[in-house]
Ligand binder design. Structure first.
Ligand code: GDP
Length: 364
């Protein structure tokens, strides 16, 4: 699955948000084998109205949404890269994440101390990014030192790694994150394998007060500008509202949202923004037993998409019977789609599209 690491300075609302996310998820998971992993890891259903529609048409007994993992990475403070706070241990946690959800304090409240004594989300973002850049620099130096022996042996892979590390080092030493390095298609894979923290896509989460939840405020507007300039994205959320919603049942939550001028929970927007940031898409498997959603990256081919379900599906892949979501709905299900000639047999080279309803045939 895909993993978002939640980071941010102390007292910005991380735990409030994380607890709301996981409490909502726990409630949603009533009919789902819920995996409690660790206290700071939460799996959250990805809301998708299409899945419910498919299940209704097929009369599926069970609906299983696809999931996204959130990891609460506490302890990021100034000096973390030098081992302050939880230091390096938590930097390692970030390394394992596909993207970073960076919570920024965009609310004023004299009762809640700001670690640097003022509300300034853009400066806060900079503080955290500086720690990540320092951490990248340190790991690059170590890795380049470790590559020395292989470089003497003319190892091609080591040469490529060292060249990319050197490029990253140069921009970092100039005070810029590694994401500004332009990488050729040939180097893309090796670049990704370096897992540098400042190359991870960032989703800024502007935590605003309840009154500003619908339209944001001057702080969140400043974050929006920064995010756009970096090629990152942002969402506006009130952690306090999410906290309240997580304690209400569905009807009450809907009423509360309407009162606040919101169409949907911030959680839904957060997950969707994460999906977009990571270029993720969803395909479905639909039958009488269950209707289920699966997550893939944009551009994934049919065998690899099958591999998300099970490695054997990928290894023994023969073909994928494919119905587009719209056709499945318009033809009122698989049988109708088949009769209308809307079911395609797609082979190994097929690039799965968002919303495809797939049935895999494979050798065991
Ligand atoms: P963390 O240290 O980043 O995990 O921050 P917490 O989630 O523990 O929040 C710190 C304090 O700020 C708590 O007392 C929260 O109730 C409060 N808080 C969180 N979000 C908001 C908000 O939008 N407005 C106000 N006034 N307080 C908030």
């Amino acid at each position: 699955g895909f993993k978002m690491g939640i980071v941010g300075l102390p007292n910005v609302g991380k735990s409030t948000l994380f607890n709301a996310l996981t409490r909502t998820a726990a409630a949603q998971a009533a009919n789902f084998p819920f995996c409690t992993i660790e206290p700071n890891v939460g799996e959250v259903n990805v809301p998708d109205a299409r899945l419910d529609k498919l299940a209704a048409i097929a009369g599926s007994k069970q609906i299983i949404p696809t999931r996204m993992t959130f990891v609460d990475i506490a302890g990021l403070v100034k000096g973390a890269s030098k081992g302050e706070g939880l230091g390096n241990q938590f930097l390692a946690n970030i390394r394992e994440c596909d993207a970073i959800a960076h919570v920024l304090r965009c609310f004023e409240d004299d009762d809640i101390t700001h670690v640097d004594g003022r509300v300034d989300p853009v400066a806060d973002a900079d503080t955290i990014e500086t720690e990540l850049m320092l951490s990248d620099l340190e790991s690059i130096e170590k890795r380049r030192a470790n590559l020395q022996r292989k470089l003497k042996g003319n190892d091609k892979e080591a040469q490529q790694q060292d060249r990319l590390l050197a490029q990253a080092q140069e921009v970092l030493e100039n005070g810029q994150p590694a994401r500004v390095v332009e990488v050729s298609a040939d180097d893309a894979k090796a670049w990704k394998m370096l897992q540098l923290l400042t190359t991870k896509p960032v989703l800024y989460v502007c935590n605003v007060s309840e009154e500003d939840a619908a339209n944001g405020n001057a702080y969140s507007a400043a974050v929006a500008d920064m995010a756009a300039a970096q090629g990152n994205s942002h969402v506006i959320i009130s952690a306090r509202i999410e906290e309240e919603i997580s304690q209400l049942d569905d009807d009450e939550a809907q009423m509360f949202l309407t009162e606040m001028g919101l169409e949907e929970p911030g959680l839904d927007r957060l997950i969707r923004a994460g999906y977009e940031l990571l270029h993720l898409e969803t395909y479905f498997t639909v039958g009488p037993k269950e209707a289920r959603a699966w997550t893939i990256r944009h551009g994934t081919q049919a065998p690899q998409a099958a591999g998300v379900i099970h490695g054997d599906f990928e290894k023994g892949f023969i073909r994928a019977e494919t119905i587009a979501y719209e056709d499945f709905v318009a033809c009122n299900g698989e049988q109708g789609a088949k009769e209308a000639g809307k079911m395609r047999a797609e082979g190994k080279a097929y690039t799965v599209k968002d919303g495809d309803v797939l049935h895999f045939l494979f050798n065991t």
